[in-house]
Design a protein around this ligand. Structure first.
Ligand SMILES: [Zn+2]
Length: 238
């Protein structure tokens, strides 16, 4: 019976539409974690940069501290000369005092640099701490969302496998392979529905007002009609 085959196609189409929906859901799953993944990457990038900046400042500070120690040593050495009593020439003593004053001036300036550096490091350290906290929060959120996505994926896969079992059952009842091919091509072309059940005066596929003789053929003669506008297969809905 050809009509029966169309009834089976209607059943098949319901299942196919449900399968399409599940596939669409599955495709949208990665979007649920895309945003947060990017945020985490961004935070990790900033952290890496700031940690490198911090290391560079540590190296700079170390150098300044070595400089300071060197100046202090020099000052000490000259002070020993100055107060050691070995030099009695006033001119020479004055010269040493001048040298000490110069070193002291350099030392003061380095100490200022050290303070600036330490302040900069402190600020950077704080900002690294904040970034670390933000990263932890985001990673926790990611974990939760990933779990949700995994659960959703499992549910979708479960639905899909039971839908596919139903589909196989329905397919086994279809004896008209040419009709099945036609249905599949039309469904692909129309992006979902190939066969429509009509129960009024319009085509539910394209909303065309169907000519009265088409309705008559559909309703009274139970004929299968191709919609003159969208080419979908039309059957009358009982
Ligand atoms: Zn139509």
């Amino acid at each position: 019976m050809i009509e029966e085959q169309y009834d089976i196609l209607i059943e098949l189409q319901k299942i196919d539409i449900d399968i399409d929906k599940e596939e669409k859901k599955k495709r949208s799953l990665p979007l649920m974690i895309e945003g947060i993944t990017k945020e985490i990457q961004g935070l990790k990038g900033s952290l890496k940069n700031k940690n490198e900046d911090y290391k560079n400042l540590q190296i700079k500070l170390k150098r300044k501290e070595l400089d300071l120690a060197e100046k202090s040593n020099k000052i000490n050495k000259h002070q020993e000369d100055l107060y050691g009593g070995k030099i009695s020439d006033i001119k020479e003593l004055k010269q040493i005092q001048k040298v000490i004053a110069n070193y002291q001036e350099e030392k003061d300036s380095i100490e200022e640099d050290v303070l600036d550096l330490m302040e900069e490091m402190e600020d950077l350290d704080k900002s690294i701490g904040h970034l670390d906290e933000d990263l932890k929060v985001k990673e926790e959120e990611f974990k939760k969302r990933k779990e949700e996505v995994d659960l959703a994926r499992l549910a979708i896969e479960k639905n899909m496998s039971s839908l596919n079992i139903k589909k196989e059952e329905i397919l086994s009842k279809i004896t008209d392979n040419r009709l099945l091919k036609e249905y599949e091509l039309l469904r692909k072309e129309k992006g979902g529905k190939a066969i429509m059940e009509v129960d009024g005066s319009i085509c539910p596929g394209c909303y065309l007002d169907l000519p009265s003789d088409v309705i008559y053929q559909l309703k009274k003669n139970r004929k299968i009609i191709i919609c003159p506008n969208c080419s979908r297969i039309l059957i009358w809905k009982d």
